[in-house]
Write a new protein. Structure first.
Length: 444
């Protein structure tokens, strides 16, 4: 029986923020794109394991260092203070339903993008140096053979790269343990007038709320009413101020490459969520509140990190290092959620408050036509804790998609032959923040 064949200039696996930004960047450079997603809906962690917060994309002086497609996804955040976390400054947040609709709208506007949801990569054929084709299957459908000029791994856990034989690391160096996972949930119908600071949309208000709720959470822990190892409550307001997103459960020992481990983690996280809801309802302001949803997908913070031509380190991030092959920048702190289940440790980036992400960290070592387009780029456990958020991954995805389009345009047999200066020129022309020399290019 013959297998149906599909061919595109660029094939992207994973339709979270990294894959979507890569697809948009490539299609806007007039390259045909196939975007493949294993779930029934696009959106990735930002939609299906929502955290509400729009993580920092500004340096210490408030200068924007991600002004690309990220701005199209979160326009509200760009007129929202300077990101200095002042007591009266509004907390930059988003609504996951609105984000999903924005994703869909942007993708539909690009006729060169084809989106396949509920499709999984079941096979990867290589010639030792390049991916030749992949096999894709849908639920109940016949397998399809897909080939492309350049492939992008936009999966959170580096699934495509691992199947192609790329080397990878997982967990922290000393024991292989990964950051704790979480199940988030949204509560509405609370009474702000019963809070010490009812202005929960501000940093001062949400910090005050966390302190008030932590009192009840700690009381429950002392009573033995929860297994949640976190020391305090973490939550963020929705943009309208009428909902609160709780990102405050902690599930340890989750291996995202094992479906059984993820399923067990989701069960444990959901139980912790119900326990925390009970503790929150002890506060008078939440006595009559309700749960609008519990996230349908486990929020996994860390998975495989594919070994690339350069491994980004904590020292690079904290030292605000600049690279000659810079194609993206990140301003978010190192944010490690304790693999043993404690709280999170945040360490700010050194002055001026951001670091470069080099093109070499987006190239899977030993493969010529595979680029990394999500949090699975080449970096250490500590560095990964910074660029893993949507502000960082969107910039990574846009850079990878741009590089892929340039490689196809130039008929390059190795993505390494695309100069970073050329990638920066195209990114800069689209409004993105770049630093370094640029090489003019005119695409046909």
């Amino acid at each position: 029986m013959s297998v149906r064949e599909e061919k595109r200039d660029i094939v992207i696996v994973g339709a979270g923020v990294g894959g979507i930004c890569a697809a948009l960047a490539s299609a806007r450079l007039r390259r045909s794109v196939l975007l493949i997603e294993g779930m029934k809906e696009i959106g990735g962690t930002g939609v299906h394991s929502a955290v509400s917060l729009i993580c920092s994309f500004r340096d210490h002086n408030g200068r924007t260092i991600n002004n690309g497609i990220h701005r199209e996804l979160f326009p509200q955040a760009y007129g929202n203070g300077k990101g200095i976390f002042d007591t009266e400054e509004t907390v930059p947040t988003y609504d996951e339903k609105e984000l999903k609709e924005r994703y869909l709208s942007l993708l539909r506007a690009e006729p060169l993008i084809t989106v396949w949801t509920d499709h999984r990569v079941t096979g990867v054929m290589t010639d030792g140096e390049s991916i030749v084709r992949i096999t894709v299957e849908s639920g109940g459908g016949e397998p399809v053979s897909v080939s492309g000029g350049v492939y992008l791994d936009a999966t959170a856990d580096g699934n495509l790269s691992a199947m192609a034989g790329a080397s990878f690391q997982i967990g922290r160096e000393e024991d292989g343990k990964l950051q704790s996972a979480t199940v988030t949930f949204k509560m509405t119908g609370f009474d702000p007038s019963k809070l010490l600071n009812p202005r929960i949309a501000t940093w001062g208000g949400i910090r005050s709320l966390r302190q008030e709720l932590t009192v009840h959470f700690k009381q429950m822990k002392e009573e033995g009413g929860t297994r949640n190892p976190r020391p305090s409550v973490l939550c963020f307001p929705y943009p309208d101020g009428r909902g609160i997103l709780f990102n405050s459960t902690a599930v340890t020992n989750v291996d995202p490459t094992s479906p059984e481990s993820v399923a067990n983690g989701m069960k444990e996280g959901t139980e912790q969520a119900f326990q925390l809801i009970e503790a929150v309802k002890r506060h008078p302001a939440f006595a009559r509140s309700s749960v609008e949803f519990i996230a349908p997908k486990l929020g996994v913070r860390e998975g495989r990190r594919i070994v690339g031509d350069y491994v980004l380190t904590a020292e690079d991030c904290l030292g605000a290092r600049k690279f000659e092959d810079m194609v993206a920048a990140c301003a978010y702190s190192l944010d490690i959620h304790d693999p043993l289940g404690g709280g999170a440790t945040l360490v700010k980036i050194g002055a001026p408050g951001y670091y470069h992400i080099p093109y070499r960290s987006l190239i899977a070592k030993g493969l010529k036509n595979l680029l990394l387009s999500s949090r699975c780029i080449s970096g250490t456990h500590e560095a990964h804790s910074s660029y893993r958020v949507m502000s960082g991954v969107s910039a990574i995805g846009e850079a990878a998609g741009t590089a892929a389009a340039l490689a196809v345009w130039a008929k390059a047999d190795d993505v390494r032959h695309v100069p970073a200066s050329r990638i920066r020129y195209v990114l800069q022309a689209g409004g993105q923040f770049v630093e370094g020399d640029v090489e003019r290019v005119t695409l046909r």
